[in-house]
Design a protein around this ligand. Structure first.
Ligand SMILES: C[S@@+](CC[C@H](N)C(=O)[O-])C[C@H]1O[C@@H](n2cnc3c(N)ncnc32)[C@H](O)[C@@H]1O
Length: 251
């Protein structure tokens, strides 16, 4: 199921660049947002959480104070980095469309990674899999980064970071050929300069772009009651158009 055509250097061979551009402290507001939304919506006390697409564990670093955390990510390098940051959490390499675990969790969270699902079927697999590992009355909390109605067409951002002798210029561009929805590309260009040598790495990530009703349908079909939440608090932490979809495993 791993997409061999799309190497995603940022999470694999150039995972060091991910570490350079994202400081753990940057994730504190999002982690606190997730914590408060769980507390607001939980029907049972939330003790253990499964984080799908956990990346390098920056959100877990803040959430682990409150919950016991298990993380799954497709990229081995991201998982290794998460385990180094959070030795008290449990991490596994795996695909969120085929959750490789049998335990039962009070909540499943998917922040900043569900956009990698590019078809209704894949979204459906993730939500149905989450239902299987959730306790009765558990919560599924999904943060969807991009809404076709607010897509930042051709937005280009540049970050520059220096660490020791390594200088990184990191460019990101978001583009959709079909603003009505379905998919978009996030293109990353890494310009790396170190000790008189330079290298350019290019990464093109293909992501899904679906209307809110599609996400909600997928959640209903997977057997959850749903609650879509669009709030300025989340948009101010992330970006305009980022929204939260909550699933309740109540029937
Ligand atoms: C932008 S990072 C977000 C990581 C983390 N949730 C955070 O906010 O720090 C996206 C992550 O999703 C992971 N990912 C993408 N597709 C996946 C899949 N099918 N199953 C599991 N993880 C996936 C990538 O490997 C990457 O680590």
């Amino acid at each position: 199921m791993k997409n061999k055509q799309e190497p995603r250097h940022l999470y694999n061979s150039a995972q060091w660049a991910w570490e350079m551009i994202g400081a753990i402290e940057d994730y504190k507001p999002l982690a606190h947002y997730i914590f408060h939304r769980i507390k607001q919506h939980e029907a049972i006390q939330t003790n253990n959480i499964l984080h799908l697409g956990c990346g390098s564990g920056c959100i877990d670093y803040h959430l682990k104070t409150y919950f016991s955390i298990t993380g799954i990510d497709l990229s081995e390098n991201m998982v290794k980095s998460a385990a180094r940051k959070n030795p008290e959490c449990s991490y596994h390499v795996g695909d969120m469309r085929q959750i490789p675990l049998k335990g039962l969790y009070d909540a499943v969270i998917i922040p900043e990674s569900i956009d990698y699902m590019r078809s209704f079927e894949d979204i459906q697999k993730v939500f149905s899999g989450a239902k299987k590992v959730l306790k009765k009355d558990g919560l599924l909390l999904v943060i969807i980064g991009y809404d076709p109605e607010h897509f930042p067409q051709n937005r280009t951002t540049v970050e520059q970071v220096k660490q020791g002798s390594k200088e990184l210029t990191f460019i990101e561009n978001n583009y959709t050929a079909d603003p009505a929805g379905k998919s978009f590309e996030a293109t990353f260009v890494f310009l790396v300069r170190e000790k008189g040598r330079s290298e350019i790495i290019i990464d093109v990530h293909k992501l899904g772009l679906f209307r809110k009703n599609i996400w909600q349908d997928a959640m209903l079909k997977a057997g959850f009651s749903t609650e879509p939440v669009t709030d300025e608090a989340l948009e101010s932490i992330e970006q305009k158009g980022t929204w939260l979809l909550i699933g309740k495993n109540d029937h």
